[in-house]
Design a binder for this molecule. Sequence first.
Ligand code: SAM
Ligand code: SF4
Length: 352
Amino acid sequence: MTGVDLGIPLVRRTTDTSARPDTSQLVDRFGRVATDMRVSLIDKCNLRCTYCMPADGLPWLKRAELLDTAEMNRLIRIAVEELGVTTVRFTGGEPLLRQDLVDIIGATAALPSRPTTSLTTNGINLGSFAEPLVRAGLNRVNVSLDTLDREVFKQLTRRDRFDDVLDGLAAAKKMRLEPVKVNAVLMRGINDHEAGDLLRFCIERGYQLRFIEQMPLDAQHDWERDKMITAAEILDRLSAEFSLTPDVAERGSAPAERWLVDGGPATVGVIASVTRPFCAACDRTRLTADGQLRSCLFSTTETDLRGPMRAGADDAELIRLWQETMWAKAAGHGMDSGEFAQPSRPMSAIGG
Ligand code: SAM
Ligand code: SF4
């Protein structure tokens, strides 16, 4: 059975859809409309970030479990052309490990509705892929970089690939995959002293830095709320070195709260999913590499699209399953409730 080793639930939440308005869009019971699709292309990765996965990696999905190129393209087409999705972000695992990435991005960018396409990557191999990706129609990129210290990088990612990430970032800038965003997770006692240095590094190179609060999505379930570096702490540290003023530009559904640095125009963002949740404005719908739909990063239920698709479901059936899944989306991730349970599928298999 699919995903046994990861404990992936293939259960679909059943919710009464009788009150669902007659719209093709991905609306939910709380008035939100999902227009931003996160597609995890692969669960494998060439790094082993400690906050994400164990040193030995994970029991990866088997090839036959992954959606193939045509299946991926079909579901992305349905989302964009039938369900109102306007932005498609590719992630993983490490999406640059997927051999058909350029083809999938090309097919997505060429859809008649012209969605915005972006990629979240650890940057390794972006040096050689940036150009073909741009030619295929990729619009933007987010590169994860948590430290500027090669030794800390090795400790945090368990791999010696620091220079490759810097090369990837530079290539993204050269190819104008802008704004080039940098994602950083701070870990207490490891890289939390680097907040200011990371910001200076990004400002000097024209990258937009966003700090992400560490979330309970690691495969090894080591996350502890008391140990994580909170948004408040990040802002305190930055404020000791820079003057930060709230960026009054419309935040919309963007997960990052932004601050102008030293009066701007440079900014810094903080994605405070744990301490300042933004669920009320969430506009995400998520597809995993093995064809499971999730309405939230923290969902404990999923809707299988791969099974019906391989059994011959037509577009109308897949559309109905998608609409029902999003209609059932919970109001929030509920991390503050005593009933919160970390999803059994880790971040690397959901797609961050
Ligand atoms: N491998 C790619 C990368 O690292 O950018 C894409 C997938 S990764 C899961 C996407 C983002 O999730 C990265 O920026 C990573 O730092 C972040 N991430 C992974 N585990 C996390 C956790 N437990 N809490 C917060 N962010 C996490
Ligand atoms: Fe790989 Fe990204 Fe997870 Fe790091 S955060 S192990 S780069 S999937």
